[in-house]
Design a protein around this ligand. Structure first.
Ligand SMILES: C[S@@+](CC[C@H](N)C(=O)[O-])C[C@H]1O[C@@H](n2cnc3c(N)ncnc32)[C@H](O)[C@@H]1O
Ligand SMILES: [Zn+2]
Length: 287
């Protein structure tokens, strides 16, 4: 019989319970019992049928919904970010096999799935996101890693427990990231550069030229201020877009959120055949 998602979740937690700590009282977990993770102060976190946990203790929401994340998954799985994955894989290949890799703000989980299927070492992967729908989708990859609903500002991990933090187009909290990383641990942050998705920006904001440009200056400066930067690399390439994928490509990023209805129609009616990916990969180490 095929292993169920919840069984993958329980197995992972039983094997790796020592890296977790309760986000409510910040004590360690003592056991997994009746499909619940229980901390030293008896806070219970119940596993869902999909083998995921819900950690935030107050109501938080994300605008990233199932429809958008499903479109995003289709295009990522066609190799949209393969050159970025290749760079990350080089870094992961240097890790020892008992290392932990955490994808912070993992969305629908494709990075965990694709990295796991291409890497050499049997690393342990975790992914979390504030979006419940994202984590539900990510549970399709429960054989590749453990997924939970969590917040980058209060990660349910012990101090000095994680080897690599992936932070791909997602928000950061550098103090918290430094806390959970092992000494010598690294953060890999991917941020958009000026030309990132420019074809889409030009269409959705053809009636509002001010919004066509993007600068990562603030994000970049904050990283350099708060993190000890080891290396940075800019990657720029064109991703071919077929007619059948066009609508998913338009939906896969938040760019359309602020555009007018008219501009959305305009974008659909003016398909492009290549999409520019322009990013910076920032590698920082625990300071
Ligand atoms: C642009 S998406 C990137 C998702 C994924 N890394 C990818 O590239 O497909 C940003 C993600 O950050 C998540 N997010 C926003 N605030 C968060 C927070 N405080 N904690 C965890 N995730 C958060 C959103 O729900 C969303 O899935
Ligand atoms: Zn607790």
């Amino acid at each position: 019989m095929l292993k169920k998602k919840i069984e993958y979740g329980i197995d992972f937690l039983e094997q790796h319970l020592a890296i977790f700590k309760c986000p409510k009282c910040h004590q360690s977990f003592k056991e997994i019992k009746n499909n619940s993770a229980i901390c030293q102060n008896n806070h219970h976190f119940d596993l869902s049928k999909k083998g995921t946990l819900h950690f935030p203790n107050h109501h938080m929401t994300s605008d990233y919904d199932k429809e958008m994340l499903t479109s995003r998954r289709k295009i990522i799985q066609k190799g949209l970010y393969q050159p970025i994955e290749d760079q990350i894989l080089i870094l992961l290949s240097e890790l020892s096999p008992d290392s932990y890799v955490v994808d912070m703000g993992c969305g629908e989980g494709s990075f965990v799935n694709r990295l796991k299927s291409q890497e050499k070492n049997p690393l342990a992967y975790l992914g979390f996101d504030l979006s419940k729908e994202g984590v539900q989708l990510a549970s399709d990859f429960s054989k590749d890693g453990f997924f939970f609903i969590g917040d980058v500002t209060n990660m349910p991990f012990e101090d000095n427990s994680i080897d690599i933090l992936l932070n791909i187009f997602s928000p950061s909290h550098y103090e918290e990231m430094n806390r959970v990383l092992k000494p010598g641990g690294m953060m890999i942050k991917v941020i958009p550069e000026a030309m990132y998705l420019k074809e889409m920006r030009e269409l959705f904001y053809h009636d509002n030229p001010e919004k066509q440009s993007y600068s990562n200056e603030n994000v970049y400066e904050k990283f350099k201020k708060d993190v000890s930067l080891v290396k940075e690399e800019r990657l720029t390439y064109a991703f071919p877009v077929s007619k059948e994928d066009y609508e998913d490509v338009l939906m896969m990023s938040p760019i359309h959120w602020g555009s007018t209805e008219k501009a959305k129609i305009y974008a659909k009616e003016h398909p492009f055949e290549e999409l520019t990916i322009d990013v910076k990969i920032l590698i920082g180490k625990k300071s």
